[in-house]
Design a protein around this ligand. Structure first.
Ligand code: ZN
Length: 180
């Protein structure tokens, strides 16, 4: 026993070789998690969900980049999956990205978006710098997915519920967003 505290990123990458495809010792991986300690839990949840989707399908998956951008998680991947498995993987990543938007990247407590100069960050009140970034009325944790279907604009609104780690559909009309 070396007594050295192992970084959670090493443990995550080694726990999910099917997703990270690490090489070497100590391991290196293209999709090495470049995020703060507070997002460990949401990445573990995402990896468990992604593995379940990939194993159900028998396809391949490689995390290619995991980082913070504009205060929230970005999780990029490459692979070959069935359309059904791809949908499950994208849903797992959407959940992780939504959770990162309301979870302090430093400590994992509930947080929100702050701006300090040009720097955006998701932080709890204790770790915050700068000022909270205001969202519109009723828009906290709302994620709007817009698709063009033929000539129709299809808008789907979902609110991320942090307590259940799931999305709840929101009627766009209640947010003042009209479908066209
Ligand atoms: Zn914090």
């Amino acid at each position: 026993m070396s007594g050295v505290v192992r970084d959670w990123r090493v443990e995550l990458v080694e726990a999910y070789p099917d997703l990270f495809h690490p090489v070497g010792d100590p391991p290196a991986a293209q999709g090495w998690p470049e995020v703060g300690d507070g997002w460990r839990d949401l990445l573990e949840r995402a990896c468990a969900r992604i593995r379940a989707a990939v194993q159900a399908n028998g396809g391949s998956f490689q995390a290619t980049q995991i980082k913070e951008k504009f205060g929230t998680l970005r999780f990029y991947w490459d692979g070959s999956l069935s359309p059904e498995a791809s949908v499950r993987v994208e849903e797992a990543i959407d959940l992780a990205e939504a959770r990162s938007a309301c979870t302090c990247e430093l400590c994992g407590e509930e947080g929100r978006l702050y701006r300090s100069g040009s720097w955006l960050m998701t932080r709890c009140a204790q770790h915050a710098k700068g000022r909270p970034v205001e969202t519109g009325p009723g828009l906290d944790n709302v994620h709007i997915v817009e698709r063009i279907v033929g000539k129709r604009r299809d808008i789907r609104c979902r609110r991320y519920d942090r307590s259940t780690d799931s999305f709840v559909d929101v009627d766009p009309r209640t947010l003042g967003i009209e479908e066209q």
